[in-house]
Design a protein around this ligand. Structure first.
Ligand code: UFG
Length: 340
């Protein structure tokens, strides 16, 4: 069996996907430069699965290491996770974001092409829809009105992949648009480890519950939603990882095609609902205060996830309670280990 090459294999989604693929019997070659992850994740993956990935340390922009990986291994398909993902940083460092997120894809695709590997799953984001007027968001909804360089960088990558497929339809391309991923593996050995103060809701709530941050700032309660706070589609990272296993199986069967799927649960929850569920599930108190809206936030975003269900046979199974419990337990395990 040919191997799967995973870029960003020690990151939040990459590590969980490695676990699911190894458990499903696939062999993995991985690349990471640990720009937003830790070397220990490789040991954790082994501890969870009892299996190892063949690992290369390096940067996606380095054509030499990418070529070496394709020369030394028989690669069947690629899953491209390696990217910068902080919305805030992307506004302050657009050039770095475009180089890292867009140039890396171009480098990867050119190396894949020269080794005649034409099968790729690409990590995109619901941010490509911007503030969609249609809710739930289907894959047919308009894209392009992105509001930050992170979202725009992913949009450009989608465009590159679409042009590539137009030019040569023997490629086999799957684009996943992720909604708001949260949670951690039930071993609590891997999960999200944000650098510094988290920008996203769930890790922030967890740190407030653990007393590491004083209070959650809820960004606005004057949106046009039932309780006035923003609504999002939160999906457990293990469910999301499993979608990649389903997609790999589809790529193996289809041989060629271009497919785009939303990955969400299809349900939207408000910030206040998240806080209440988190408190109930974990039996903790989350102090919060309402502050003004965060610039660039939209009121409501949740997915129509039926296309992935119909075509990949995949559906998110884990509940909001699972997400709140696993996010809390993982953050607590970091605290117990003294990780800041
Ligand atoms: N929120 C707060 N307080 C916080 C953090 C967030 O009230 O401290 C609110 C936001 O206003 C929003 C909701 O919680 O209503 C979710 O915010 P996140 O920052 O967790 O997530 P976003 O929906 O803003 O963005 C996330 C990722 C993006 C990705 C997008 C896709 O950060 O990279 O989901 O849907 F593109």
């Amino acid at each position: 069996m040919k191997k799967i090459f995973i870029t960003g294999c020690t990151g939040y989604i990459g590590s969980h996907t490695c676990v699911e693929l190894l458990n499903a019997g696939y062999e993995i070659v991985g690349l990471d430069n640990f720009s937003n992850s830790k070397k220990e994740v490789l040991d954790k993956i082994k501890e969870i699965t009892g299996k190892e990935i063949k690992f290369y340390e390096g940067n996606m922009l380095d054509k030499t290491i990418l070529s070496k990986i394709f020369e030394e291994n028989e690669i069947g398909s690629v899953i491209d996770f390696a990217a910068y993902k902080s919305v805030g940083d992307s506004v302050n460092m657009p050039v770095e974001y475009y180089i890292n997120n867009v140039s890396s894809v171009l480098t990867l695709l050119s190396v894949m092409k020269s080794h005649n590997v034409k099968s790729i799953i690409f990590s995109s984001t619901a941010a490509v829809y911007g503030d969609s007027t249609i809710i739930p968001v289907t894959e047919e909804c308009e894209t392009g009105k992105t509001i930050n360089p992170y979202g725009t960088s992913k949009l450009y990558c989608e465009g590159i992949l679409k042009d590539l497929y137009k030019s040569d339809n023997s490629w086999n391309i799957c684009i996943f648009r992720y909604f708001n991923l949260v949670g951690a593996h039930k071993s609590y050995l891997i999960g999200e480890e944000p650098n510094g103060t988290p920008a996203n809701l769930m890790p922030y709530i967890a740190k407030v519950a653990l007393g590491e941050l004083p209070c959650l700032n809820i960004f606005g309660d004057d949106y046009n939603t039932p309780d006035g706070t923003g609504i999002r589609d939160y999906i457990h990272v293990v469910d999301l990882a499993k979608a990649h296993v389903s997609a790999i199986k589809k790529l193996e069967l289809d041989k060629k095609g271009m497919h785009i799927y939303n990955l969400g649960t299809g349900k939207g929850y408000s910030v206040l609902e998240m806080v209440k569920t988190f408190e109930k599930v974990n039996n903790v108190k989350v102090n919060y205060k309402i502050v003004k809206r965060r610039p660039g936030d939209i009121a409501v975003s949740y997915a129509d996830a039926t296309k992935a269900q119909n075509e990949l046979g995949w559906k998110a199974e884990l509940t909001l309670e699972d997400m709140c419990r696993d996010s809390y337990m993982f953050t607590k395990s970091l605290k117990n280990k003294g990780v800041k």
